[in-house]
Design a protein around this ligand. Structure first.
Ligand code: ADP
Ligand code: ZN
Length: 436
């Protein structure tokens, strides 16, 4: 079912006209309320009056994650603090997390866009829907939660954690829909199998999966092991949270909520716009956001805009599945991790040499991070051939990593010169998670 046909099935011509009007309005708003954007636009000799149609967007400056860090915490906020009713933070950036403030209207737009996604997945008022994304600063939990309530289905705020309890709730409450990461869905399937529960004992029929990349093979595995239809949902906290794009019954590309988030694909090196079908970096401009509107935000996610119309009746463009990142960010258990964060922790510990590597595995469908680091020769000579100091150092590194990354890592302290160097440098990341 199409939640809001007036928008989702709007003609391309009317949509472009609406996008143009909204763009002019948002540019005027940030120009007057965010010194960062005013300065950038003045430096480029662009004024809000130069932005009349959506095609004028190419005249505007880009925004990067670094800009958000430089303006931490509230520098890019456009609305006065009295209008902000919710604050989220995106995980795992180097140095500062990214802070996003939402006004009441923003929360309303988010809920509306989430309801469009859920409705597209087939969720109805009489469904019982479990939200198994983390609740907290992460946008996953509360974002989906508000969308389910707005749609009128019953939300079960399961959050992450106890998988066995979750399986029991699925059965006892007759849960019909679930939102979580695709890897957690597989873990859930495994737990069910261990408990001897088969899909036909459950009422589960719909899954909304996102927050990390997944593949068609994972989709078929989840669908058959849980006995459901599995749909993709995409989003990022800087732009809103989950709800930016969503699959329909065609399960072929994700429709972008284009009346609120205007997409462009650019070449990440030349920054030139790329046409439909070409893979490049996805860029979003928020067309209606009040709390922290962003112009041409570079997501670093690589994808393409798909050509042609969709059979579902929606006219919003579709994006292909994310096929990579233009930076080195890893997503581990749904948390963003940059190798540079691990490096900063290691450099801050005197016993550690600056030679380390990250190994990411998937065990029982859950991600596991191992950090191998070499001890400095001078400390090694001082008795590191006995186990006790190594264990102590491993504990120290692990606890620092945990506080910086927000996820646990297994730490392996190694003797000097034992980590393989590639052309003089350590190969930082070994990602053994094969996304088949
Ligand atoms: P959120 O809090 O919504 O997860 P983050 O900013 O922490 O937002 O992470 C957003 C990133 O997660 C995206 O830029 C993208 O790399 C990844 N992501 C989110 N949803 C998907 C998806 N469906 N498929 C692939 N990657 C995704
Ligand atoms: Zn469609």
């Amino acid at each position: 079912m199409i939640w809001n046909p007036a928008k989702e099935s709007m003609s391309r011509e009317d949509l472009r006209e609406l996008q143009g009007r909204r763009l002019h309005k948002i540019v005027t708003y940030v120009y007057h309320n965010v010194p960062f954007y005013r300065n950038k636009m003045q430096a480029m000799d662009v004024s809000p009056d130069d932005i009349r149609t959506i095609d004028d967007i190419v005249k505007l400056p880009f925004t990067t994650k670094q800009d958000l860090r430089d303006n931490y915490p509230f520098g890019l906020q456009a609305a006065p603090q009295s209008e902000i009713i919710r604050i989220h933070a995106s995980t795992g950036t180097t140095g500062h997390p990214t802070i996003v403030g939402y006004t009441r209207k923003d929360i309303g737009v988010w809920s509306e866009c989430m309801s469009r996604c859920l409705s597209s997945f087939g969720v109805r008022k009489d469904d019982v829907f479990s939200v198994a994304y983390g609740y907290g600063l992460f946008t996953g939990g509360l974002g989906v939660h508000y969308g389910v309530e707005n749609l009128g289905a019953a939300v079960v705020p399961t959050s992450t954690g106890n998988t066995q309890k979750h399986v029991r709730l699925l059965k006892d409450l007759g849960i019909t829909g679930i939102a979580c990461t695709p890897s957690f869905a597989l873990h859930l399937a495994e737990t069910m199998e261990q408990e001897g529960i088969t899909p036909d004992e459950l009422k589960l029929r719909i899954g909304a999966f996102g927050a990390e990349p997944w593949t068609e093979n994972m989709r078929s595995e989840i669908e058959s092991r849980l006995g459901i239809k599995a749909y993709n949902i995409y989003g990022l906290s800087e732009i809103m949270g989950p709800c930016v794009s969503y699959e329909c019954e065609a399960q072929h590309g994700s429709h972008i909520n284009e009346d609120h988030f205007y997409p462009e694909i650019i070449d990440p090196t030349t920054l030139e716009p790329l046409g439909p079908g070409k893979t490049g970096e996805l860029v979003f401009t928020t067309l209606t956001k009040e709390g922290m509107p962003l112009l041409r935000y570079r997501t670093r996610d690589l994808t393409s805009i798909m050509e042609g119309e969709c059979s579902c009746g929606r006219n919003f463009v579709r994006m292909a599945p994310i096929c990579g990142r233009s930076d080195d960010m890893l997503i581990i258990r749904g948390i963003n991790v940059f190798p540079s964060q691990v490096e900063s922790v290691i450099l801050s510990i005197p016993e550690c040499a600056p030679h380390f590597r990250l190994i990411v595995d998937r065990v029982d469908n859950l991600d596991r991070l191992t950090v191998q680091v070499e001890v400095r020769p001078e400390y090694f000579d001082q008795g590191f051939d006995t186990l006790a100091p190594i264990t102590e150092l491993e504990r120290k590194v692990a606890s620092k990593l945990k506080s910086v990354l927000s996820i646990s890592a297994k730490v392996n302290v190694k003797a000097p010169n034992t980590i393989e160097r590639v052309e003089g440098k350590t190969k930082f990341v070994i990602d053994n998670r094969i996304l088949k």
